[in-house]
Design a protein around this ligand. Structure first.
Ligand code: PGA
Length: 251
């Protein structure tokens, strides 16, 4: 059975004290729910990992938003997957469109990062998604296939059980524009079909596929009710505990 997951992606927001307060607020709000239907992951800046781990313990899951494409060594300013894992984080978000777009992360770089993350014992939330131009040109299926096949399909089935996929149409990120339920379900079903062709039915069926892009309390329930949408990767709405809780409880 696949897991439902709601993951927050704080991006480059909150100072350490603000992040600690937000983590406390989310933790407390989640603790007050007696019938939680999903795992909750907080994707926080590197600088916050240890402090947030101390607050959330094992009640929530913890993610970094990136890791280096090398294991260790003379790479000034980088943070490796083993370093992330050593903070108590159990996830890393890889391939976010902001990383691909602003920091030139390629399919090949991401394949290396995925390998290093898995070797360090981390689970990976792997993001994919098309731009508005690509959707208008009708190439969105090809883009998503290339991103997934190129960075993930060398993995063994056992390794793949540590992968969560997040479909994030770039045109919906931070724009207030959400994919319609039909658009999102269509891509999620396509991704699951792709996984079936490579890894078979059972593994495809067990893989969590998240939707991301202007997901908020008012649209989460409709999205999460769809057969192939197993939760969300939440940017803006994860920065307010009340909004994030509204999404967590949308199942
Ligand atoms: P958003 O961001 O919810 O602010 O649109 C989602 C993401 O980039 O992960």
């Amino acid at each position: 059975m696949r897991k439902n997951i709601v993951a927050g992606n704080w991006k480059m927001n909150t100072t350490l004290p603000e992040g600690q307060q937000l983590a406390k607020d989310v933790c407390q709000a989640v603790a007050e729910q007696d019938n939680l239907k999903c795992d909750v992951v907080l994707g926080v800046p590197f600088t916050h990992l240890c402090a947030v781990k101390a607050i959330i313990g094992d009640k929530l899951h913890l993610a970094a938003q990136n890791c280096a494409d090398h294991d260790h060594g003379a790479y000034t300013g980088e943070v490796s997957a083993p370093m992330v894992a050593s903070t108590g984080a159990d996830y890393v978000i890889l391939g976010h469109s902001e990383r691909r777009g602003y920091y030139n992360e390629t399919i090949e770089t991401l394949r290396t990062k995925v390998d290093l993350a898995l070797a360090a014992g981390l689970n990976v939330i792997f993001c994919c998604g098309e731009s508005l131009e690509q959707r208008r040109a009708g190439t969105h299926f090809d883009i998503i296939r290339d991103e997934i096949v190129g960075s993930l399909f060398h993995l063994t089935p056992e390794q793949f059980t540590h992968i969560v996929i997040a479909y994030e149409p770039i045109w919906a990120i931070g724009t207030g524009e959400t994919a319609t339920a039909e658009q999102a379900q269509e891509i999620h079903a396509f991704i699951r079909q792709l996984l079936t062709s490579q890894y078979g039915n059972t593994l495809a069926d067990d893989t969590t596929i998240l939707y991301g892009g202007s997901c908020k309390p008012s649209n989460a329930a409709e999205l999460f009710a769809l057969p192939d949408i197993d939760g969300g990767l939440i940017g803006g709405a994860s920065l307010k505990a009340a909004d994030f809780l509204g999404i967590i409880t949308a199942f």
